[in-house]
Ligand binder design. Sequence first.
Ligand SMILES: C[S@@+](CC[C@H](N)C(=O)[O-])C[C@H]1O[C@@H](n2cnc3c(N)ncnc32)[C@H](O)[C@@H]1O
Length: 206
Amino acid sequence: MGRGRGWRRLKALAELKFRMICRALSKARRFADCATARRSFDGAATARHKAQAMLRLALYQPDIPQNTGTMLRMAACLGLAVEIIEPAGFDVSDRHLRRSGLDYLDHVVITRHRSFAAFEAWRAGAGCRLVLATTAGALPYTAFAFRPDDCLMVGRESAGAPEAVHAAAEARIVVPIRPGLRSLNVAVAAAMIAGEALRQVAGLEI
Ligand SMILES: C[S@@+](CC[C@H](N)C(=O)[O-])C[C@H]1O[C@@H](n2cnc3c(N)ncnc32)[C@H](O)[C@@H]1O
C-alpha cells in the first residue's frame, strides 16, 4: 500500500518534469524558427539589393544638417544610395556626420562628389538618369515613369538647383503644391518622390 502511494507520487513527479521539459523544448523550437526566418529574410533582402540596380538620392550642395540627417536616415531605411554634391553648407565628412549622432550611417552608402562637374563625370560612367526635383518643374512626379536606377536629385534649401543643373537633368519633376506657397521642405519633397519611385519600381518590398 505504502509502496503504491510512493510509486504514484514518483510517477506524478516524473510526468510534471516531462511536461516542463516539453514546454522548454517547444519554446526553444519557436525561438529557433524566428531566428531562421529573420536570417533568411535579411539574406533575401541583401541578395535583392545586390541584384537590383539601385535608386539613388542626390543632394545638391545641402546646407541644413538636420535635413541631410533626415534624408540619410530615410535612404538607410528604404535602401537608397546617396550622392552628396559639394560644396555643402556644413562638414559632410563621415567623421562629422557620425559625431552628430547619425547612427544610421552604417546602413547607407554615401558617395561624396567634390563638384557638380565631378558628379556628372561619375554619372556618365554609372549611366543613370538625373531626375531633378524642382519647384520649376512642369511634370508632376506621379506622372513620371521612374526607372530602378534613376538618380533623384533635390536642390539646396536656400537656392534650389542652378540653371546648369536644370539643363543637365533628363527630367524635371514637381510635387504640385497650392498656389501662392513657395515650396516643401527638401526632405519632405525627397520622401514623397522616393516613395513614388519605389512604388513604381517595386522597391518597397525590402
Ligand atoms: C526648399 S526647396 C528650394 C527653394 C528654392 N528657393 C527654390 O525656389 O528652388 C529645396 C529643394 O526641395 C525640393 N522641393 C521643394 N519643394 C518642391 C516641390 N514642390 N516640387 C519639387 N521639388 C521640391 C527641390 O529639390 C528644391 O530644390
